[in-house]
Every structure is written in structure tokens, then in C-alpha cells.
Design a protein around this ligand. Structure first.
Ligand SMILES: *[C@@H]1O[C@H](CO)[C@@H](O)[C@H](O)[C@H]1NC(C)=O
Ligand SMILES: *[C@@H]1O[C@H](CO)[C@@H](O)[C@H](O)[C@H]1NC(C)=O
Ligand SMILES: *[C@@H]1O[C@H](CO)[C@@H](O)[C@H](O)[C@H]1NC(C)=O
Length: 286
């Protein structure tokens, strides 16, 4: 009898425990959901904030690498020009590519496209005429580009040697066209077909709307010591100037003396230059 009672009391206890289990599980589920929601909510909001901060900080960092003068200029531009220069800027992009790059150039163009900006594409002479035509047609046939009319493909195709003077010459030619065709842009940026943006144009334009239009963004270090001899003294020949086929820069045996009237700097291939600076490069002093 007592054994049966014991056996009976056991399932009875389990039953009464089960009445607790359901609400317990439900409240556990709710609290886990709430916890996860708060964790993810916090994460995503702080991530967004971090990203914006990071962009501004990275700009400041690359600028102050060579002196506090630029940094104080940057600070001043935030403080004083912030009120007067509220309007959203416009950027002018050069996207350059060579043989086989037409698809990637279109990809870069679409990724950095914004109706406020201006774009010029240059495909160098190494690319077959069919590919250049293909790029021109892709731009011409795009309904958005046709409507806004802010994308053009350079008619002239130059032979461009990487790192050579023909590269600078081609960049300057593209800038000259951008200056001639559109009066209203604030900064020039050049990209290659393999570049891809890390943030949207809306974000970029938003961040730069507070920035003084007189700031150039270029990473630079002065060349010192052995580097001066290695970088500044060799005389190179750019075959792009006289050949019709692409080949590498040729090094001569002669060396030149160091310039005495200006200092030499080395810098990043990715630059963001003000309109006034590139105007100076094209037209010279006022
Ligand atoms: C031209 O472009 C299209 C896509 O826009 C591509 O499928 C085709 O292969 C390209 N042709 C040449 C010759 O590059
Ligand atoms: C931008 O243009 C300069 C000058 O021609 C060149 O040295 C640099 O490599 C270019 N940058 C890119 C990303 O193509
Ligand atoms: C621009 O400046 C204003 C006031 O000076 C400030 O409220 C705003 O957050 C700034 N925007 C950016 C993107 O820095």
C-alpha cells in the first residue's frame, strides 16, 4: 500500500512541476528574445555610429601624418565653414582602364554613380577598338546616364604607361575635359577599374558637405636620404610617348641632379583634389 502511495505521489509531483515548466519556458523564451534584440540593436546602432566616425577619423589621420597645419585647417573647416557651406558637394570622377577592363569599369561606374556627380571614363589604346566601342555603347544605352548626362567616355584613347608621365598626362587631359564640360563640381577623384567603394555616394556626399572646399586629400611623405637618390635621380623613358604598343618604363644609365627649388614628396595613388588645385594644374596661376 505504502509502496503504491509512493509510486502514485511521484507522477503527482511531476505533474505539479509541469505546471511550472510551461510558464518558465515561455518567460525564458521571451527574455532570451529581449536579450538578443537588445544586443543586436545595440550592436547595429553602435556599428553605424562607428562607421561614420571612422571615415572622419581616417581622413584626419591620413592628413595629419605630415604636420599639424593641415589638421588645424581641417578643424577650422568643421568649425567655421560648417554653417556657410551646408550644400551637398559634387564630385568629378575619372575611371581608367585598359584591355579587358570594360565590364569592371562599368561596375565601378555603377557603384560610385550619383546623379549629382560627373564621370569621365578613359580606356587606353591597348584595348581593341571593339571593346572601347562596347564601353561607349554601354554608357550611351544606359537610360539613367542618358537622362542625367553626367557620364562621358573620352573619345581620344591614349597609350598609358603605369607610373609614367603618360599616366599623368592622361589624368590631366581628363581633368581638362571635366573642367570644360561641367562648371559645378568641387573635388576630383581618379579610380581604376578594380576600385570599389566602401561606402555609398550618399554617405560620402553627406560627410563632405561640411568640409571646406579647399582641402586636398592626399597621403604624402617627404622623400629623404637614400630614397632621394633612388627615386629622384634616375631618368626614365616612357615608351607610351613614342611606341604604339604598351611596354614598361625604361631606365637610362644617366642620372640627373636633385632639384633645388622644390621639395620632393611621395604619396598615395588615390587622391581627392580640389577644383581650385586642379584648375591651377591645368591653367596655371590666375
Ligand atoms: C560587350 O559588352 C557585353 C555586355 O555589356 C558583353 O557581354 C560582351 O562580351 C562585350 N563584348 C566585347 C567584345 O567586349
Ligand atoms: C590617379 O592619377 C595619378 C596621376 O596620373 C596616378 O599616379 C594614380 O595612379 C591614379 N590613381 C588611380 C587609382 O588610378
Ligand atoms: C555639419 O555641421 C553641423 C553644424 O556645424 C552639424 O550639426 C552636423 O552634424 C555636421 N554634419 C556632418 C556630416 O559632420
Amino acid at each position: 500500500m505504502s509502496m503504491r502511495k509512493n509510486v502514485n505521489s511521484h507522477p503527482g509531483r511531476i505533474f505539479s512541476d509541469r505546471r511550472w515548466i510551461l510558464p518558465f519556458l515561455a518567460s525564458l523564451l521571451i527574455s532570451i528574445t529581449l536579450f538578443m534584440a537588445s544586443v543586436f540593436g545595440l550592436y547595429s546602432s553602435s556599428y553605424g555610429g562607428d562607421q561614420l566616425q571612422f571615415d572622419i577619423i581616417s581622413i584626419g589621420k591620413s592628413e595629419d601624418s605630415d604636420g599639424y597645419f593641415v589638421e588645424s585647417d581641417l578643424k577650422r573647416s568643421f568649425d567655421t565653414d560648417g554653417v556657410s557651406k551646408k550644400e551637398v558637394p559634387r564630385l568629378a570622377y575619372l575611371i581608367s582602364g585598359t584591355k579587358g577592363d570594360s565590364q569592371r569599369m562599368m561596375r565601378t561606374l555603377q557603384a560610385v554613380y550619383h546623379p549629382r556627380n560627373h564621370y569621365i571614363l578613359h580606356m587606353d589604346l591597348e584595348a581593341p577598338p571593339r571593346e572601347r566601342l562596347n564601353l561607349t555603347m554601354s554608357v550611351k544605352n544606359d537610360p539613367t546616364f542618358r537622362e542625367v548626362e553626367n557620364v562621358r567616355v573620352m573619345e581620344q584613347s591614349n597609350l598609358v604607361t603605369y607610373k609614367g608621365p603618360t599616366m599623368i598626362a592622361c589624368t590631366l587631359q581628363a581633368i581638362a575635359i571635366l573642367l570644360k564640360e561641367s562648371l559645378n563640381w568641387d573635388w576630383f577623384i581618379n579610380l581604376s577599374a578594380s576600385d570599389y567603394p566602401l561606402l555609398t555616394q550618399d554617405d560620402l556626399l553627406h560627410v563632405f558637405s561640411n568640409m571646406s572646399r579647399n582641402l586636398n586629400f592626399i597621403e604624402h611623405t617627404q622623400i629623404h636620404g637614400w630614397k632621394l637618390n633612388q627615386r629622384a635621380k634616375p631618368i626614365i623613358i616612357d615608351p607610351g610617348l613614342y611606341l604604339s604598343k604598351k611596354s614598361n618604363l625604361a631606365l637610362t644609365t644617366q642620372r640627373r641632379s636633385l632639384p633645388s627649388s622644390f621639395k620632393l614628396f611621395t604619396g598615395s595613388a588615390w587622391v581627392m583634389l580640389t577644383r581650385s588645385f586642379v584648375e591651377y594644374c591645368i591653367w596655371g596661376m590666375g
